[in-house]
Design a protein around this ligand. Structure first.
Ligand code: OSB
Ligand code: MG
Length: 371
């Protein structure tokens, strides 16, 4: 039976982050993003969150390109077609090149709606098997080593399962060496957000002495060739983030030996169906995967949790608790992490209630598309 979509509502939200976050590109204070709400004609609603940022520093998409692409291309496609299963959406969106985050925000909302109509948790619908998931934290670049060590300590004490540290040229080997001296045994990884080139190979090779779980996206955001050269010369596993947008990218990166690990982000790969395909392929090919984060609110976080219940997500992800990011989240209950573990909700769909009052409070623009 087809999914009877009645209305799609796009809401633009502004939410202040509790703590500003610094990467190799700069500092983020406030998050601007779209929440998609899709209703059927029986009173069910599905929600999705776009992970695009206000400026194109992470990828080419932005909050404004999201609106253009959803309103002018993707929503008309959903209007013109009937959908029996959310797996069909990526095929329908195929004529529109890239814009994975715009596609994913609509696609994930349909998955939530589909699961609610079936009265089953999204995790179950996706084929997930875990009722608990392990998570870590991602820590931004700090002004001082003392500030970094303090934050690591707090998060280890809170029980988080691994610590990811953002690095950039000038704040890398020196910083990580001190962190390793301070914490000889904790699981540590680094994320460079594409801040290096192959000319830095000798420098980066020094990381091999620090027993890191992996280094995430050391080289260019669109590269898989130089990463293969770097991986052949480094014992630290390379994990790709920015470079992977699809199952095809995954296949090619693995074939080239560009990485040993993949960070799957639902938004970056265009939705849950593609995320699951990448997961399945990596599981078959003995490549570890984990679920990345994009400072999501509870809605995006809930989708990440559902995806992470798939058995191939063998490493702790970046889906930390709501309280690490927000004064008040837009779901109820908020995402709670206890001893580094999230209990997967057993309610229908994403499994958390959207707090309509909070949603309204942070909404700065609304647009409705009636089918
Ligand atoms: O590279 O994984 C990344 C946040 C924004 C954009 C890119 C990245 C990140 C993070 C933080 O590392 C993940 C999170 O805590 O949500
Ligand atoms: Mg990353």
């Amino acid at each position: 039976m087809s999914i009877p979509i009645k209305e799609i509502k796009l809401r633009k939200l502004n939410m202040k982050l509790k703590h500003p976050f610094t990467t190799s590109f700069g500092t983020m204070q406030t998050k601007h993003f779209y929440i998609v709400e899709i209703s059927d004609n029986e009173g069910n609603k599905g929600h999705g969150e776009s992970v695009a940022f206000i400026s194109p520093w992470y990828s080419e998409e932005t909050v404004e390109t999201n609106l253009h692409v959803m309103r002018d291309f993707l929503i008309p496609i959903l209007k013109e077609n009937t959908i029996d299963h959310p797996n069909e959406i990526s095929k329908l969106f195929e004529p529109i090149k890239r814009h994975q985050m715009a596609k994913a925000s609509l696609e994930t909302a349909v998955w939530d709606l589909y699961a609610k109509r079936k009265n089953e948790p999204l995790a179950t619908i996706l084929g997930g098997t875990k009722d608990h998931i392990d998570v870590g934290v991602s820590i931004g670049i700090k002004d001082t080593i003392e500030a970094l060590i303090k934050e690591i300590k707090e998060n280890i004490d809170a029980g988080y399962k691994r610590i990811k540290i953002k690095i950039k040229p000038g704040k890398d080997v020196n910083v990580l060496r001190k962190v390793r001296e301070e914490f000889p045994n904790i699981p540590i990884m680094a994320d460079a957000n594409s801040a290096y080139t192959l000319e830095d190979m000798d420098h980066l090779k020094q990381l091999d002495d620090l027993n890191l779980m992996m280094i995430e996206q050391p080289l260019a955001f669109d590269d898989i060739v130089d990463h293969a050269t770097l991986q052949a010369n480094m014992s630290t596993p390379i994990c790709l983030d920015e470079s992977i947008h699809s199952l095809e990218d995954t296949r090619k990166a693995i074939q080239l030996g560009s990485c040993e690990i993949i960070n799957i982000k639902i938004g970056r790969v265009g939705g849950l169906a593609e995320s699951k395909k990448i997961h399945d392929y990596c599981l078959e090919n003995n490549i570890d995967v984990w679920c990345g984060g994009m400072f999501e609110t509870g809605i995006g976080r809930a989708h990440n949790i559902a995806l992470t219940t798939l058995s191939g997500f063998t490493m702790p992800g970046d889906t930390a608790g709501s309280d690490r990011y927000w004064y008040k989240d837009i779901i109820s209950p908020e995402v709670v992490v206890k001893n580094g573990v999230i209990t997967v909700p057993d309610k229908a769909g994403i499994g958390y209630k959207v707090d309509e009052k909070a949603l309204e409070e942070f909404t700065v623009e609304k647009e409705s598309f009636v089918f």
